[in-house]
Each structure stands twice: as C-alpha cells, then as structure tokens.
Design a protein around this ligand. Structure first.
Ligand code: PGA
Length: 242
C-alpha cells in the first residue's frame, strides 16, 4: 500500500489536480494500492471526485477523536470520518504524539473509536534518535505496540517511522529497516490478530529511495509525507515497485 500523508498541506485545487494526475498516470490495479490521507476538510470533496471520475483510490483521515469524549469542541469521531468517505485512519503519528502529548491511554481510545466505526487503522510507531543511539529501538517499539493487544481491531497496518528519519531527507538504511520490520512482524504476529495487514515504512521516502526500500523483505508499503504532495513524484514512487 502507498499511503500519501499530506499532513497540513493542500487546497481544493491541489486535490483535484492530484486526483486527476494519479488517475491518468496509474492504472486501476495500481490505484487500488493507493491511500490518500488529506486534511479532513478535503475528504468529502475527495470522495466526490473519486466516485464521479471512477477512480480506484482509497481515502483515510489523519486523526480521529475518541467516541468517549461526547463533548469535545472541534472533535471528529469515526462515524463522521466514515460519512465523508474515509475507510482508514492514521493513529499514533509521532508528530501528534509529540505536539499534542498523545499518550497510550488516548491512543487506546482512538483505536476503540476506529474499531467501533469499522475504520481500518494505520498505527504509527517509531524510535527517537536518542532511543536509537542508546540501543533502545526494540524496547521502545515493543512498548508502543502493546496497546494493539488491548483492542479488537478491524484490519490494521503498522507504519514503522523512525522519528529521526521523518522530514529529514535521510531514510533509515536498508539493513536497519529489514531488521526492525522483522522484529515488529514477529511481535505483532504473536498477538494473533486476524486483521494484521503487515508493516509499512515511512520517513523521507521519495522516488530515489522507494525501489530499494520496497524490495526489503517484510516491507508491505510506504507512508509518504513530503514526497506525496506532487502527484508525479507520488506516482513515480508507486511505479518504482516492480
Ligand atoms: P516524510 O513524512 O515522508 O515527509 O518524511 C512521513 C510521515 O511523517 O508520515
């Protein structure tokens, strides 16, 4: 799966140009492997364009609020996301963990909200540079994965995103990605969850690095931030997968 995480970028015109461009460049079977996660305000329009122009691209939200917070100014729950065409939701991205102090207790509520509303989850985990330098990567990732055990999920994918690689222009090296993916797969497989879709890599992926990363055993997809904003570059990444 190729996940375009637009973060806080985009506009109506960028959205229509992007969808038109991807629709023209990728055939239906490749479109089927693409997931666009624009800011939530564009989901409805994206869904309309996708159905009107008969595209095969899925949509996801970048965040969800827990159903348990019934009074939450600015909140958006899973049913609302579904109603505007979202099939997936990203939970646990390091930017939100850090900026909004999203801790496991909140992430667990978000996972429950997704599950209750039948949304598929992209659950992000990743170690900091400090964790890596102190050889704590496995410990930290295992700890971040624990909440997965506590909730009945529909289909879910783990996105491994080393925090030090996000937006840095430097991807993790191939051996490192392979080693870490294997550990994550072993850990999550031990939970025996039926909906486990595998592990994606994210962190400064572009069309110069995608082919090598996609050829690593255990890499089931890519979570792409900056390089997903231009449809041509996003399509080049998808097309680099032979
Ligand atoms: P990046 O972002 O590709 O710009 O590094 C990836 C992500 O944070 O999802």
């Amino acid at each position: 799966m190729f996940i375009a995480n637009w973060k806080m970028n985009g506009s109506q015109s960028m959205l229509s140009d992007w969808l038109e461009g991807v629709g023209k460049t990728l055939d239906k079977s490749l479109q089927k492997r693409c997931l666009l996660c624009p800011p939530v305000c564009f989901l409805s329009e994206a869904s309309n364009i996708i159905s009107k122009t008969n595209l095969n691209i899925s949509l996801g939200a970048q965040n969800i609020d827990p159903n348990s917070f019934s009074s939450l100014t600015g909140g958006i729950d899973g049913a609302m996301l579904k109603s505007v065409g979202s099939e997936f939701v990203i939970i646990g991205h390091s930017e939100r963990r850090e900026n909004f102090k999203e801790r496991d207790s909140l992430l667990l509520e978000k996972l429950k909200s997704a599950s209750k509303n039948g949304l598929k989850v992209i659950f992000c985990i990743g170690e900091s540079l400090e964790d890596k330098e102190e050889n704590k990567t496995s410990k930290v990732l295992k700890q971040q994965l624990q909440i997965i055990k506590k909730v009945e999920l529909n289909e879910f994918m783990i996105a491994y995103e080393p925090i030090w690689a996000i937006g840095s222009g430097e991807t993790a090296n191939i051996d490192y990605i392979e080693k870490v993916h294997k550990r994550i797969i072993d850990e999550v497989s031990s939970y025996q969850k039926e909906g486990f879709m595998g592990v994606s890599y994210g962190g400064s992926v572009d069309s110069t690095s995608s082919e090598d990363i996609l050829s690593i055993k255990g890499v089931k997809g890519l979570l792409i931030g900056g390089a997903s904003l231009q449809y041509q570059e996003f399509c080049n990444i998808v097309l680099s997968n032979h």
